[in-house]
Each structure stands twice: as C-alpha cells, then as structure tokens.
Design a protein around this ligand. Structure first.
Ligand SMILES: Cc1ncc(C[n+]2csc(CCOP(=O)(O)OP(=O)(O)O)c2C)c(N)n1
Ligand SMILES: CC(=O)[C@@H](O)[C@H](O)COP(=O)(O)O
Ligand SMILES: [Mg+2]
Length: 641
C-alpha cells in the first residue's frame, strides 16, 4: 500500500518545492520519508543513509537554486529522496532493477545529478572543480558537496580540502555526521568529530552565539544576532576544518528544519568561504522496523512495510565471502603471523568474523583503500602475512599502492578480491571487471581466480604460503555452487591449472566461476557432436603454459572465458599463443570476456547473458567459430540433411 502524500504529490521538481510554505516543509519531509520507505520495501536497496538525509535533502533543494547550484552527493547511496524530489518519483520503484533508475547519482539520468558516483569521497573534488569553473567563467552558482563522516576518512577528501581555497564562497561542504560508515565509524577522524559534538555541552547558547558573530562571514553573523536560537546548534572556530581554510559551522541538528533552513540560507548568502557545515543526523531515521544490527539499515532486501519482515530467499550454498572468512580463520588459527585488513567493509568482506576471533590481528582502516594496501605492505616487511580483503572495484583506487608498494618491492601482501566480476544491482561503478587486467600485467604477481567455493578454500591456503611476492585471489559476490569444502585445503602448485572434463574437438579454458557455465555448454556441445574439454585455469598469472600448449595441440578450437574486461586472462593466453607461433597454424582461438562497455545494472545472470558469457553464449561462440548451425551441422551436413 502506498502512503498518503498530498503535499509531495504537488512536487515534481525542486521548483515546486520552493513554492511550498516554509511551515509545511517538515510535512513534506515526513511524506518523502514515507515514500522512500514504501519504494525500498518494493525494490530493496540502500536505506539507512537516505532515511537520514530526508530533512537535509528538502532543506538543500529549498534553499539552493538547484540544478544551477550544483548539488553533489558523495557515494550517491543516500540520493533516493533527492531522486524523488527531482523528477524521478514515477520511476523510484524501478531503482536498482534492470532498465530502472541507477542505484547512485548518474549524470545521464538527470540534470539534478551533476556528478555520478558510487565510490566514496569524490564529492569535494568534483564540487571544487565545478565551483572553480563557475568562477573562471564568471557565472553565478554554488557547488555543494554532501559528504558522510565515513567518506570523510578517505585521503581524497583531504586532498580536496587542501585545495578548496581556490573556490572561495562558491564551495560549500555539508559534512553529514551520523557516526556510521556501513559499519560503526572507526578511526581518529571519527573520534575527533565525536569530540566536537561532545564539546557542545561545555558552551552556553550565548557563547555559541558570540563565537558565531566573531568568526563567520557577515550575513551569517547578522542572522545569528537576530535569531539567537539558531545559534544554539552552532559552534565555530578552532576546528581542523578551520585550519584547512574552511569556515566551520556546526554542529547543526540535521532533522530540525528550523535549524537547517536559516543556517543554509546564511551559508548560501555568505560572501566568504569555503564553508563547511557540520550536520548531525541519524542513519536509518524513521525506519519501520528494528534491525538486528544497525548495519542492517545500510542496505536491505525487500520487506513488508507493516511487519518489517524481510523477503530473502534461503541460500542454497554458503556465500564466497563466508567461505573466505572461514578459510582465513582456519589458516590464522595455525599461523599467528596472519593478519587481516579491510577498508570499511568488515561485513562485506567477512572480516567481521575474523575480527571477532582475532581482534588484535584485524584492522578496519576506514574508507582508505590506498592506505590499506600500503599499511599491509608495511606489515609484510616485518614478516607478517597480511590478507588485504578489498572489493575488486575499490581496489582500483589503490592501484599505485599495489604496484609501487607491494609489487615492485615483492612484498607478500595477499589481496583477497571480493565482488570480482559483475555484481548486479550496484551497476557499472561497482562491477569488478578490471582486476585481472590490472594485476596480471604486474611482474611477479600471482593471480588466482576461484572456480567454486572449494577452490577458494584451497586458494586462501595457497596464498598463505606465498611469501616472496604479492598474490591475489578473486571470487564473486553471492552464493557458491554448493560443492563440498575440503576438510584439509590443498596447496595448489603455482601456475598450474586442471582439466575438469576431457574431450577432443573443443577446449574451453575457464578462469573463475564461469566454469559451471562452461560445463553446461560442454554438455550441449557434446549433444551436437562436438566433444569438449573443459579446463579450469586457476591462475591468470603465471599462466599454465604446458596446459595451454596441450589444449592447443589436441583441439580444433580453444576458447578462453573469464569474468573480466578485455586485456585480461584471454589477452595473455592470446599473447602466449602468438609468441609461440601457435596462432600461425590451424588452431582456432576465441577469447570470451566482458563487452567493452559499462553494462547497466541488472541481475548478474542477465548481465552475463547479455555479455554472452553464459552457456548459451559459449555454445553460440563455438558453433560460429566452427562454422556450424544451431544443430551443430556444418554447411555441407546441413545441405545434405
Ligand atoms: C572507495 C569506496 N570504498 C568503499 C565504499 C563502500 N561504501 C559505500 S557507503 C560506505 C559508508 C559511507 O559512510 P558515510 O560516508 O558516513 O555515509 P553514510 O552511509 O553513513 O550516510 C562505504 C564504506 C565505497 N562506496 N567507495
Ligand atoms: C554503496 C556501496 O558502495 C556499498 O554499500 C555497496 O553497495 C555494498 O555492496 P555489497 O552489497 O556487495 O556489499
Ligand atoms: Mg556516516
């Protein structure tokens, strides 16, 4: 059942919102929250962050002249209320579904999304760029970055603040402090923000007001004198942000329109800047059910709005993430040098389980992938065995650290690359498409891809033994295939693949979890008279040269398949075949990989089918390469049939 939303129904864009009476804005916010809850109950998706910024979203669009004033949401996972207010309400129940609204902000989706996101901590840099562009072109318009306390832990945010003076009063940063990342916020920055908040109680309302008047740009001071109650939530001066050249304003109660509106109006009209407004909000504000753990509000499956019951199908097999966590715990029980590092994704990577067992050997460094990698490299120099668990997409951010701090120095950091391959609803910003490409070109690197969860157990144990260079294990989001797990993990021979099924005409050399589809395809090809070998490469680097030579010598067609982009495993196999002169002979070779496009979000299986990387796609690639029709007949056979 949809909520009654009489005021919201009159608002299609922020222009309509600005016609609403000021006193009615809290009611707009209430209706917006109800609409968001109703929408997410149907779609599932990011929940807590959006609920926490409902009032802030209303206030920002009311006070600022969006889209001319540029509003940039960091990460973009909190932008559901923003999407509802900016002409996308009619499609909000399509969010994260195939063909539907993007999970994050996206430039092509709306003029109200001036910058696309998905990864964190880019908003201040982007806003600064826009503010400076406006300044250069002498155009009016502010740029407003809304960044969470979690995203504020990343180096990029500080790089941007270090440069923010370039923008003057055109740049406004809203620090949305809910004391949460996905997990509870960690680190000294988080503690610092908490200290700012707690220091409020040591100051009287009047002292707040005086501080304001002494410190802030003129229009702010005037209002502060006029309406001292607004100063109640405002302290300025002496913060790290002031030292970085910002006018710090705050803390402000981010759910109180009477505080938000006048402060934002004054910030908008201030003739000096840049300004940072410290807004305090509650993640998951107004949620309709008690989650078992506050993290559960970050993202939720579909749920019943009345009972709060979540609609999740029972898993058929353990997730790769859980299998990894258990395998690492088992390894760490035997080896006290094993330590684990996550960059703000303890539950996503399964390292929360490791931390529960080994609190002193587990490190959540916050959203700081670059630091995570170099920190791991430092641990490795002292003889520790760091397992750095990072999603494929987020490891992109730490590429130089992988190259310069781990690979060049041959430091044995073990990269545990979760969410490898397509991830589905989170779309192109989160697809783990590139790690095979960007890791296999590094000299000395060992790159493994698990074909199933048993292989993952073996690879974790194998990585623990690799002490003379960095290594990586990649595995996808979601459930395994349901194979039995080894009681004692097998230590794999580095650079050796395995034959999974023997045939004679077609060879499919699979890297990673496409193996199941390759085996299905082999059955279908066999039924069409094409005897098919399936091999699991296990290693994208070093390549199993002997296996590739054998497959090439004994088959008519060699297909490689992987869950990665062009320039990955298949490219290396091709390069090897070319170098060996094997491509000069009769062998046919095809490399199956992700298309050279950023695929929009959908169900992972649909995305793989669209990419041609399912059994049907493999069969069709084989038939085409072999000049066969759908029945497996050659042209001559078809003619005589
Ligand atoms: C570079 C990068 N690392 C990790 C993530 C995963 N991630 C998405 S939201 C989030 C927490 C962000 O916390 P905060 O900025 O405080 O926003 P909140 O959800 O609390 O509103 C994390 C770790 C990401 N999107 N980008
Ligand atoms: C916004 C963001 O980056 C994360 O919240 C991400 O959506 C988590 O993805 P998983 O659900 O795969 O952990
Ligand atoms: Mg937060």
């Amino acid at each position: 059942m949809r909520p009654e939303t009489p005021l919201l129904d009159r608002i299609n864009t922020p222009k309509d919102l600005r016609d609403v009476k000021r006193d009615d804005l809290q009611r707009v916010a209430d209706e917006l929250r109800a609409e968001m809850i109703s929408a997410v109950s149907v779609t599932g998706g990011h929940f807590g962050a959006g609920l926490g910024v409902v009032e802030l979203t209303v206030a920002l669009h009311y006070v600022f002249n969006t889209p001319e004033d540029r509003l940039i949401w960091d990460v973009g996972h909190q932008a559901y209320p923003h999407k509802i207010l900016t002409g996308r309400r009619d499609r909000i129940r399509s969010i994260r579904q195939g063909g539907g609204l993007s999970p994050f902000t996206k430039r092509s989706e709306s003029e109200y999304d001036p910058f696309g996101a998905g990864h964190s901590s880019t908003s201040i840099s982007a806003a600064l760029g826009m503010a400076v562009a406006n300044k250069l072109a002498d155009k009016p318009g502010k740029a407003i970055a809304v960044i969470g306390d979690g995203a504020m832990s990343a180096g990029m945010a500080y790089e941007a603040m270090n440069n923010a003076y370039e923008a003057g009063n055109r740049l406004i940063v809203i620090l949305n402090d809910n004391d949460m990342s996905i997990a509870p916020a960690v680190g000294s920055m988080s503690a610092y923000l908490a200290r700012i908040l707690s220091s409020r109680s040591f100051l009287s309302f009047r002292e707040f007001g005086k501080k304001l008047i002494a410190k802030l740009p003129k229009p702010l001071a005037v209002t502060a004198r006029r309406a001292e109650e607004y100063a109640r939530g405002i302290a300025t001066g002496g913060t790290l942000f002031d030292e970085l050249g910002f006018y710090y304003v705050g803390p402000i109660d981010g759910h109180n329109m009477e505080h938000l509106l006048p402060v934002l109006e004054n910030v908008r009209d201030a003739d000096e800047g840049p300004i940072l407004v410290h807004v305090v909000t509650e993640k998951g504000r107004g949620h309709p059910f008690e989650a078992a753990h506050v993290e559960k509000y970050h993202a939720v499956p579909q749920f019943d709005v009345v009972t709060g019951e979540q609609k999740k199908s029972a898993p058929k097999a353990p997730s790769y993430t859980n299998v990894f966590a258990k395998a690492l715990i088992a390894a760490a029980e035997k080896d006290d040098k094993i330590v684990a590092i996550t960059a703000a994704m303890p539950s996503g990577t399964g390292l929360d389980k490791f931390a529960a067992q080994f609190p002193d050997r587990s490190f959540d460094v916050g959203i700081a992938e670059q630091h995570a990698v170099t920190f791991a490299a430092g641990l490795a120099t002292e003889g520790y065995k760091p397992f750095c668990a990072i999603y494929s997409t987020f490891l992109q951010r730490a590429y130089d650290q992988v190259v310069h701090d781990a690979a060049v120095q041959k430091l044995p950091v073990r990269f545990m690359i979760d969410r490898a391959g397509l991830v589905g609803a989170d779309g192109p910003t989160h697809a783990g498409s590139f790690d095979v490409g960007f890791l296999t070109n590094l000299p000395g690197m060992v790159v493994m891809a698990a074909a199933d969860e048993a292989e993952l157990v073996n690879m974790v144990a194998t990585a623990a033994t690799i002490d003379d260079r960095p290594s990586a294990v990649r595995y996808p989001r979601g459930e395994g295939v349901g194979v039995a797990l080894p009681e004692v993990p097998e230590i794999l021979e580095i650079g050796k693949g395995r034959i999974v099924r023997e045939g004679s005409k077609i060879a499919i050399l699979s890297l990673g979890t496409r193996l199941a589809e390759a085996l299905k395809a082999a059955d279908e090809l066999e039924a069409r008279g094409l005897s098919t070998t399936v091999a699991d490469a296990r290693f994208a680097k070093p390549l199993d040269h002997a296996l590739i030579r054998d497959l090439a010598a004994s088959h008519d067609l060699l297909i490689t398949i992987e869950e990665g982009s062009i320039g990955g495993f298949g490219a290396h196999v091709m390069d090897f075949l070319a170098e060996e002169g094997i491509l000069d002979g009769n062998l046919k070779v095809r490399a199956m990989k992700l298309p050279d496009t950023f695929q929009d979000h959908d169900k992972p299986e649909t995305m793989y089918a669209d990419a041609g990387l399912d059994a049907a796609g493999i069969v069709s690639t084989v038939l085409k390469a072999m000049g066969r029709n759908d029945l497996g007949q050659s042209a001559a056979e078809a003619a005589s049939a």
